[in-house]
Design a binder for this molecule. Sequence first.
Ligand SMILES: Nc1ncnc2c1ncn2[C@@H]1O[C@H](COP(=O)(O)OP(=O)(O)O)[C@@H](O)[C@H]1O
Ligand SMILES: [Mg+2]
Length: 137
Amino acid sequence: MISVVAQYKLDVRCEDDVVVVRRKARQLAQLRRLDPFATAAITTAVSELSRNVLVHGRGGIALLEEVSDGTRYGIRATFEDQGPGIDNLERALAGGYSTTRTMGLGLSGSRRLVDRFDIQTTVGKGTMIRVEKWQSA
Ligand SMILES: Nc1ncnc2c1ncn2[C@@H]1O[C@H](COP(=O)(O)OP(=O)(O)O)[C@@H](O)[C@H]1O
Ligand SMILES: [Mg+2]
């Protein structure tokens, strides 16, 4: 059973918001004593995914949560937008594919950096991505 210890809902509407979300994720990871590698991993993933909300999803929200399973703490980050959705999810997750001529490594890289990665996307409706990073055992 995972319980939510605290949660922070942040808008992702401009570049400055991406910076704020990234900074908050790092702060929470440090607060919850994730090790430096795990802290860097969740910070990087949050940065990439919030930028995707802005660039590809036309803006949305980020929900950052301190979570606990009773033994360890973790950070959960959920991103939601009402943008165009992702039509070929397999291709987008494989990496090296971008509709904006950038690196196309945000999704695939983020997925590799976290302990849990869930995505729901509907073309024409939007995208929800949830990631978790936990204290190492
Ligand atoms: N929130 C989103 N809404 C719609 N499309 C997205 C979203 N996030 C990612 N994508 C699609 O997946 C592709 C790959 O994303 P990513 O790996 O972050 O690479 P990049 O951002 O460099 O294009 C994007 O080019 C875009 O087409
Ligand atoms: Mg990206």
